[in-house]
Design a protein around this ligand. Structure first.
Ligand SMILES: C[S@@+](CC[C@H](N)C(=O)[O-])C[C@H]1O[C@@H](n2cnc3c(N)ncnc32)[C@H](O)[C@@H]1O
Length: 235
């Protein structure tokens, strides 16, 4: 017989899982890992080669003036100087990450009041629906423990026909091999195979899925299909 889970216990489980990670929880451990990584990450990417790799990936971002953009898992904000000029005076950029140290370094990159910094878990951002024209996940997706939950959250946050971009400046095979050699905390943080990625995105409400996977680059683009409720409000 399956034990009945009382509604209150379910609620407590949810609140604990999403809003109150404790030391020793898998999420806290991963967050701690990234807190400790911030300075090293910043230094590692301050080279002309890394900048060139980044430029190659950014070519695929469908940026336009006036957009409201979420850079989720923004790290030390290395995308800010590339994104902000393209958004023009009417655009907004939300830089979100669960690591305080990463965000603190990011803050030093821009004093613009068009850039907002948010400390939050990508899987439950607590922002209003339909807010963003574009969501960018640069070097984040493998680290998400609940990928479908995250994609559902991104879909909720995108306006109808808004776009999600998942990007890495390394192909899937090379990236997964690299992660497999890292600390136990992120060793199992892998990019799903193409069929699984497409299935996850489709289940979360995305369409027009494009996957580019070369040794030098991994880019997924997907458009958020409007739900019936969104159509009532927006169309
Ligand atoms: C590999 S770094 C990439 C940082 C940045 N996007 C870049 O490319 O420079 C991954 C980032 O995602 C953040 N991160 C990982 N899991 C997260 C989660 N569940 N919610 C929010 N941020 C997360 C980490 O703190 C870290 O800053």
């Amino acid at each position: 017989m399956v034990d009945e889970v009382k509604p209150l216990e379910r609620k407590e489980g949810l609140v604990k899982r999403f809003f109150n990670p404790k030391p020793g929880d898998e999420m806290m451990t991963k967050r701690q890992f990234f807190e400790n990584l911030a300075d090293e990450w910043e230094q590692k990417h301050a080279t002309p080669q890394e900048e060139e790799n980044l430029q190659a990936v950014i070519q695929h971002f469908p940026l336009a003036p006036g957009q409201v953009v979420l850079d989720i898992g923004c790290g030390t904000g290395r995308l800010i100087p590339h994104l902000l000029p393209q958004l023009g005076p009417e655009g907004w950029l939300v830089e979100a990450d669960f690591s305080f140290q990463m965000l603190s370094l990011g803050r030093t990159r821009s004093a613009s009041d068009q850039v907002l910094f948010l400390q939050s878990d990508a899987q439950a951002l607590g922002l209003q629906d339909n807010l963003f024209d574009l969501i960018i996940c640069l070097a984040l997706f493998p680290h998400l423990d609940h990928k479908l939950a995250a994609l559902l959250e991104f879909h909720r946050l995108l306006r109808p026909d808004g776009m999600l971009v998942i990007a890495h400046s390394l192909g899937r095979e090379r990236l997964n091999k690299l992660h497999a050699q890292k600390s136990a905390v992120i060793r199992h943080d892998l990019l799903p195979a193409e069929a699984e990625m497409k299935q996850l995105l489709t289940r979360a409400g995305f369409k027009e899925i494009i996957i580019i996977d070369t040794p030098e680059m991994y880019v997924v683009k997907a458009v958020a299909v409007a739900t019936e409720a969104q159509k009532d409000i927006w169309v």
